[in-house]
Structure formats: C-alpha cells, structure tokens
Design a protein around this ligand. Sequence first.
Ligand code: SAM
Length: 378
Amino acid sequence: MVEKILSTTSKVIPIRIDEGKGLTPPIGAQLVAPHGNTQDKRGRILRDLRISVTDRCNFRCTYCMPKEVFDQNYPYLSHKELLSFEEITRLTSIFSTLGVEKIRLTGGEPLLRKNLEVLIAMLAKVRTPDGKPLDLTLTTNGSILRKKATALKAAGLQRLTISLDGLDDGIFKKMNDVDFPVADVLDGIAAAQEAGFENIKINMVVKKGTNDHEIVAMAKHFKGSGVTLRFIEFMDVGSSNGWNMAEVLPSKEVIARIHAVFPLEAIEANYSGEVAQRWRYVDGSGEIGVISSVTQTFCHECTRARISTDGQMYLCLFANEGFDFKTLLRSDNSDAEIANAIMNTWAARDDHYSEIRGSHTADPSTGSRKVEMSYIGG
Ligand code: SAM
C-alpha cells in the first residue's frame, strides 16, 4: 500500500491556491437585498457552510494527508494568509443572511488553531435573520479533546464529530501514521461527554482490506453509548491519497455486516440534504449512519459551501478552483456586496462531481488536480 501511495504521490507538487489567485467572485452591477432563496443551476439552495480553520494536522492519515506529501517541505499557509477570527465571523454573519444555519469548523485539525474557543464564542453570538443562533459544530481527530472539551462547550459549541477508524491499536496507528493510540481518542470522547456534549458522532472511514474487519467491533463498542457511529466510504478527495475503487467498501456491505450480528432497520433523514443515511438497531439501542458518497451519490441535494483556510470559497469537495473571498474581505467591500458575490457565485454552481467520477486511481500527472481536503475542510 505504501508503495502504491509513493508511486502515485512522489511527483505531486502540493496543490493550494496561492494568495489572490482564486477566481474573482462576481458582485454584479445591481445589488439585491440578501435572501435565502438563491438556487444554483441544479436547483440546490445554500444551507450549510464548512470552514477550514487550519490546513495543519498532527495526524498523517494515509487517506487524507499522506506523509510522503505532507512532510516538512509542504508549503502550509503562513499566519497572515489565514482568515482571522474577525474575518471568519464577518463572513459567517453574511452567510447567515443567505439562509445558512449550520456551520461546521474543520481542517486540518481545527483544535490546532490557537484559541479556537475564542472563535467559537464569537460565532455563537451570530444570529439568523429571524433571531436564531446558528447550529455550531466541529470535526476533530479527538487527540486534544481531553484538554479542550470544557472550553469548547463553555464557548457555545453545540455538537462534535470525532474521527476514529478502528479499535485495534495496530490498525489505527497504521492509518493515522503517527503512532497515535486508540485509547487517547476514546479518552477524548469521554472528555467530551463529561463536558456535557450530548450530540456526539464518530466518523469511521472504511478502507476495504485495511480496516473493514473493524466495522462490527466498532458497532458493538458504540451501540447503546448514546454516540452515533457513521461509516464513510473512502473517497477520492484531493490528489494525493492514491484512491482506487477497489479499496471502497460500499455502505450497503457495511450495513449487511452489522445487520447480520445486530439487526438494523432504516429510518428517515432528519432533514433533506442530510449526508448520512440513518439506520437504527431493532433492539432500540441507538442508531448508526452511512455516508455513501461514492456508491450512492447525493450531489443532487448538496446544500454545502466550503471556505478554505485562506478564505477561498469552494462549491464542491472535489473542486479544483475556488473563489477568492479573502481579497473581497480585505478590500473595502460592504457586507451587501459580499452577500451579492456569494449569491452570484452560488447561482452559477453546476458541479456534480460524485455523479460522474471515474472508478480508478486519480493520476496527478494528467488532467486537472483537486484541492486537498485538509485545506478546503473535510
Ligand atoms: N482533523 C479532523 C478529523 O480528523 O476529523 C477534521 C478534518 S478531516 C479532513 C474530516 C473528516 O474527513 C474526517 O472524519 C476524516 O476521516 C474524513 N476524511 C478524510 N479523508 C477522507 C477520504 N479520503 N475519504 C473519506 N473520508 C475522509
């Protein structure tokens, strides 16, 4: 496997958009009042926003930030290139006038961003046009949650998603590639529960042949714990993870394996556009979710935009170019102008990458390359 990663990544020049090189978002000649009904070319409406607060991570998960690419020579963003907390909060407020109600902070590893709880406290004060607080959540690898959970809760974070790819230490360490033990992530989850987080989700990326035999053990561990486990199909994000369809285990197989041991039944989505399909244990001991972005694509109901660590807006996880909102924020544009630029950018959206992806390993030496997930926000 390492050999495969090396052979597909050795020539990779890390991809990110250099300062000011993103597309210019169209403000338009005539400003309209911000509203939440902008449809893109496929009739999709903007409802949620993911913000990458750092492109750095302390893990080197082989499927996301493989060591061979993300080494000491990788050109991470410098501090001045990052959006400041004030800029992130302003942009979030503007997005909230356009119908966005859900904000997910991610990265990289978001808890590595210094004083993140200060940003959360700022975002917790933002209100939708009808006076409601935003649904604020965060995805983390859990490695420093023991230290941070109480401060995050006190700052106003409502929900948490924690990534964990197995319970077997050998497999987990091989996947995170920095020798990080399972016990410390489990302790992070416990810390989050002790801090009072009630809505905790666990993300497990399933790679066929690497950790798929951990599926039932993971289900057994979290069954009845109040924590919702979600299985994510290994995706071809970025241009450096050596993705191959042969390593994707379809979600229906995940469900079949769990169902054979702990009977399951399908349940309704919480809301339209929810990425996970929900299942509950027939014995009433909780639910699980599957995110089938490869085998059962959900582009047609995608309501998400992403803001990269340096303020580029991306319309798709698999995009290869973004729109430069940092320059707009750092010029003397008004909130109304920025809101119009967001609406116009969204209105021109036409992507549906997952519906048309090929089934083989991306070859970085040919064709256009996709931005890395750590930069754009997972
Ligand atoms: N560092 C944080 C973490 O580990 O959760 C947040 C960022 S991470 C990019 C967000 C989520 O994306 C994690 O749950 C991770 O497992 C998932 N992810 C990363 N690369 C993926 C891939 N190639 N396929 C599927 N999920 C992936």
